[in-house]
Structure formats: C-alpha cells, structure tokens
Design a protein around this ligand. Structure first.
Ligand code: DC
Length: 239
C-alpha cells in the first residue's frame, strides 16, 4: 500500500489490547519501521532489576543516575522476521516479556526522568517519519502532530485472556488470575500517573476491539488510511 505522503502512525491504548499486532501489520503493509516503546520501558526495568535497583521499591535516584548507561536498540532478526530488543548489546527480547519485568514496569514508567529520556530517543527514531510506534503516550506526548492516531482498548478480561494464551504459548507457567490482576493494576497505574497518563489524544480514533477480530480491525484501519492518505482506492493495490 502506498500513501500520498510519509507519515507517523501513533498507536496507544491499554495493556495487551493488540497494539503491537496492529502496528506490525501496518508497518509490513506500508514498509514502515515498527517501534515498540513498551519494550524500551521493559528494558529499563530489566536493567534496574539486574542492578539491584529494585527491592521492595524502586531506588529511583540511583536509576536516574544510571540512565545514560542504559543503551537500548532494536535489531532486525532476519530469520524470525522481526525486530528484537537489545539492552547494552544483549538480546533481551524474551526476558523483558516475563512476569518479573511486567510486575515492575509500571512504577518504572512513572518516573519523569525515565520518560523524558526514552521520549527523546523515540522522537529521534521518528525524525524521518515512516514509522508505526506503539505505547501509551505516543499521540499525546511523543508525537502530538502524528498524522494518524489510533487508541485501542478492550475489556480487561479479554486482554488478560490474550496475554495468558501468549505466555502459555511461549511455554511460561502462568496463572490467569495473576495476569488479570496485573492487567488491572497496570491500567490503574498507567491511567492515574501524574506524568503522561494514558488517555486518548483529542484527535485519536478510538477502537474497542473486545469483539473485533485481528483482520477486521486491520481492514478498518486500512480503510481509514485509504480515505485520509490514499489516492482513492488505487493506493490499496499499488505497492
Ligand atoms: O506495552 P507494554 O505492556 O509492553 O508496556 C509496558 C509498560 O510500559 C506499561 O505498563 C506502560 C509502560 N509504557 C508507558 O508508560 N509508555 C509507553 N509509551 C509505553 C509503555
């Protein structure tokens, strides 16, 4: 699919509501780069866990002092055909998805200095447009002028069910109730924090996908793109 100009697509929304699935579909179709900003907060969390900067609470000042020692990048894995997250040169793609990181990532993402550090990196990644970035504050803070903003949501139970199946599929030993509690707790923290709380941008298109299949949702967004940035229906067929 070819659009009539290069754009930034911002996808925000609640935890586990399919943001990355939609973002990857769009990036593939448009030949854009997909950037998972949640992975960046998760990588900082993993760093803090490994350095002993999290005990029963986060040692905030020590973590802030260390921010310039934390290098995060995405490298494309041609075999798996996806970008993977690297923390200081180490592939941490699987480790950042585990329960221990999930448990601590929200308090880490509440720290203003962590956010401004990562937001600067994210803005640099979008300086040439042609990106699909997903997160919580992409349309509101990182790219308030993004040409297309989508805000995804779904019921907490449905999102917990999806995350449960995903982790189970990866062979992790997980408990549904624990995941549901984690999803609800992250919603609460993400939406009520002082810095960049999760909320739809005024000009975001809100999609509740509790009862919407992956392909139906994708078709809906493609139709929106065609109307807004397409050269008529032609753009659906040209590559
Ligand atoms: O999308 P995810 O579940 O991998 O995100 C992990 C956490 O990071 C989530 O609890 C909220 C936080 N986050 C954020 O605050 N801002 C972003 N742009 C992306 C994620």
């Amino acid at each position: 699919m070819k659009l009539n100009k290069d754009i930034i697509i911002a996808i925000d929304g609640h935890a586990s509501c399919g943001k990355s699935t939609l973002a990857k579909q769009l990036a593939n179709t448009l030949n854009y780069t997909y950037i998972d900003t949640g992975a960046m907060y998760r990588a900082v969390t993993l760093y803090a866990l490994r350095r002993g900067l999290i005990s029963d609470h986060v040692h905030t000042q020590e973590l802030i002092n260390d921010l310039n020692k934390i290098h995060i990048e995405f490298r494309y894995n041609a075999q798996l055909q996806k970008a993977e997250t690297y923390l200081n040169g180490e592939n941490v793609e699987d480790e950042i998805r585990g329960m221990e990181v999930s448990r601590w990532v929200s308090p880490i993402a509440e720290i203003a200095e962590v956010r401004s550090h990562l937001v600067r990196l994210q803005q640099a990644m979008g300086k040439n447009k042609r990106i699909v970035m997903d997160g919580r504050d992409i349309g509101t803070v990182v790219f308030p002028d993004a040409e297309l903003k989508i805000f995804l949501t779904a019921s907490a139970e449905e999102r917990a069910r999806r995350r449960y199946l995903e982790l189970k599929g990866k062979g992790q030993d997980v408990d549904f109730d624990e995941i549901l509690k984690n999803v609800q707790e992250r919603d609460r923290i993400d939406s009520s924090r002082d810095v960049s709380p999760l909320k739809p941008a005024d000009d975001a298109i809100i999609i509740d996908n509790t009862n919407l299949g992956i392909e139906e949702q994708f078709a809906l967004v493609i139709a929106i793109l065609a109307v807004r940035f397409g050269n008529g229906i032609d753009c659906l067929t040209k590559d």
